[in-house]
Design a protein around this ligand. Structure first.
Ligand code: GTP
Ligand code: MG
Length: 157
């Protein structure tokens, strides 16, 4: 099943938007299979954003992502990668449509509250099912709504 890596960035955590963001993915109908609060070390932030290494904003981006705890999540469902990107909205919150997370809750590209994988391949990479763990997040096989589960939750880092 398709998986995406969603991360509430430090500004989203500090502003108390974690519940709001989780709620939007829940209401859409996707399944939460991994979750943790995490202080991202610099090396991991660099690995996560390695494709942007040559950009002028890269040092600021690494400072931003490591500036406070993030909430790391795995969400599953058919078409979840592209759909999550739609729910999140454009990178620049001023261009993001009202109704999207960034469109409703942010104004700066450098403080855009949430990350979402940009392809199913990166969804696999970032959720750690392709090349081992990235954020140390392992999604669990849970049957939400069908079977009793003893707790969500995870993790090995
Ligand atoms: P993510 O879901 O976080 O990967 O965002 P994205 O896929 O919409 O954008 P992209 O991967 O191109 O950039 C990653 C992150 O770098 C963005 O979410 C921003 O936080 C930051 N970023 C991108 N472009 C700029 C920019 O021009 N200025 C600043 N300050 N930050 C930027
Ligand atoms: Mg991106």
């Amino acid at each position: 099943v398709e998986q995406t890596y969603i991360m509430v960035k430090p500004d989203g955590v500090q502003r108390g938007l974690v519940g709001e963001i989780i709620s939007r993915f829940e209401r859409k109908g996707f399944k939460l299979t991994g979750l943790k609060l995490f202080q991202c070390p610099k090396e991991l932030a660099e690995e996560h954003y390695k494709d942007l290494k040559t950009k002028s904003f890269y040092p600021a981006l690494i400072d931003y992502i490591t500036s406070g705890p993030v909430v790391c999540m795995v969400w599953e469902g058919v078409g979840v990668v592209a759909s999550a990107r739609k729910l999140i909205g454009s990178t620049n919150p001023l261009q993001a449509e009202p109704g999207t997370i960034r469109g409703d809750l942010a104004v700066q590209t450098g403080r855009n509250v949430v990350h979402g994988s940009d392809s199913p391949e990166n969804g696999k990479r970032e959720t750690g099912t392709l090349n081992g763990t990235l954020f140390g997040l392992r999604s669990l096989s849970l049957n939400h709504g069908k079977k009793k589960t003893d707790g969500i939750y995870l993790l090995n880092r």
